[in-house]
Design a protein around this ligand. Structure first.
Ligand SMILES: Nc1nc2cc3nc(NCCc4ccc(C(=O)O)cc4)[nH]c3cc2c(=O)[nH]1
Length: 383
């Protein structure tokens, strides 16, 4: 790997987080990175294979996204981190000159790879693409994320699906703690680049508190809550958040991995979470589903076949304002690519509008009122 030449410290701002306002547990903040600032609460569109599927990066930026998520697992297999590095890094490669967070690969290995084995040293697995064998250690994961040029790098961890035996949850949580120590020791830390630890502990509050306190004692630029959105009901996720976020430093960003629905996001912001990522808006868009201020709309449903109304005439998003439901229904039924493009645009625009509304409400000290207004919109049902 090319040894990362430390950029001129004066050139890149230090990695940082500042709280602008708080309202109960909800926080309005800003993360600063080498590639720009992130307004929080923030939603990160998922760009797994160096693209937010069906979207131009300029479009993603225009709808208000400050940061994208990339995946170590996918990019190490194809086109490989070394090739992306030779081509100038992930920002250059995908023409996204703004912040990028990369997941460390552990979760994707467990959900995608074949013949995977985990031990103290590393995860070994076979590529789901061509069956080639790979080893992912805490150190190799950060080497890959450094080659990609990721602004926020995640520690390698072990996430267990729920429900699970307490002994299994504890084993994985402790392994993740030891891997957090190794990650901190291995992190190069170019100016403006941060390393986030990941809290594990399943649905066990005591293990979650132990993990959060231990990671805080080690010290990281930010803290993710992992091991959720893995099949547990929303009330379990929220109970775990309520037990975990108070144990994390108030002056560092908190990132809830893989979450979630608009309701998950609103409830989690109210429990002190600052950053989110989820494939839901993009994947649902490719499957004919639209997220709107008045809830979800399934454009595959025949009831839309003659409906001339746009999805949301008040939206600033051209895809939500300038195209009829009848047309979207037609495109989806005909499996036309434009259907996936327009619905992905609609969904990401809605998620960014949701985040912008939450940020403004926290600044105005009216988070609870705004939460009630947003939920009332979803309940209207006249979509
Ligand atoms: N390193 C690391 N990464 C994670 C990613 C996650 N992603 C999730 N959940 C995604 C849930 C998910 C999956 C699919 C869809 C859809 O098809 O719409 C929506 C949500 N939970 C997650 C937990 C972890 C974790 O502990 N550690």
């Amino acid at each position: 790997m090319t040894v990362p030449t430390p950029t001129d410290p004066a050139a890149a701002p230090a990695f940082g987080f500042r709280r602008i306002a708080t309202d109960g547990m909800a926080r309005r903040g800003e993360v600063t990175t080498a590639h720009g600032a992130i307004r929080t609460p923030a939603f990160m569109p998922v760009g797994t294979q160096a693209t937010v599927k069906t979207m131009y990066p300029e479009q993603v930026r225009a709808l208000g996204a400050d940061i994208l998520l990339g995946n170590t697992y996918h990019l190490m297999l194809r086109p490989t981190a070394e090739r992306v590095d030779r081509l100038g890094g992930l920002h250059r490669f995908m023409n996204w000159p703004h912040p990028i967070l990369t997941d460390s690969g552990g979760f994707q290995v467990m959900s995608l790879a074949k013949l995977r084995k985990i031990n103290e040293q590393a995860v070994t697995f076979q590529s789901h693409i061509d069956g080639s064998r790979h080893v992912l250690s805490p150190e190799r994961s950060l080497e890959i994320q450094g080659l990609l040029g990721s602004d926020i790098q995640m520690q390698l961890d072990e996430c267990v699906a729920l429900p699970a035996e307490r002994a299994e949850i504890e084993r994985a949580m402790r392994l993740s703690l030891r891997w957090a120590e190794r990650s901190k020791a291995a992190f190069f830390g170019k100016p403006g680049h941060g390393l986030f630890a990941i809290v594990q502990g399943g649905d066990d509050e005591a293990l979650r508190v132990e993990s959060a306190r231990a990671l805080t004692a080690i010290g990281f630029h930010g803290y993710a809550v992992g091991g959720l959105a893995v099949g547990e009901p929303q009330d379990v996720m929220l109970r775990i958040l309520s037990a975990t976020t108070p144990e994390l430093p108030e002056d560092r960003p908190r990132y809830l991995m893989g979450v979630g629905t608009p309701d998950d996001i609103v409830e989690s912001v109210g429990r002190g979470i600052d950053m989110f990522d989820c494939v839901m808006p993009t994947r649902a868009g490719r499957h004919g589903q639209a997220f709107t201020r008045r809830g979800k709309v399934n454009l595959r449903n025949a009831r839309h076949a003659d409906d001339p109304r746009p999805i949301d005439e008040e939206s600033t998003c051209p895809a939500a304002r300038d195209y009829s439901r009848a047309y979207l229904h037609h495109l989806v039924k005909a499996e036309e690519a434009l259907g996936a493009m327009l619905l992905t645009w609609i969904n990401l625009s809605y998620y960014q509008d949701l985040m912008a509304g939450l940020r403004a409400a926290i600044e105005a000290g009216r988070f609870e009122d705004h939460k009630a207004e947003v939920k009332a919109g979803w309940a209207r049902g006249d979509i």
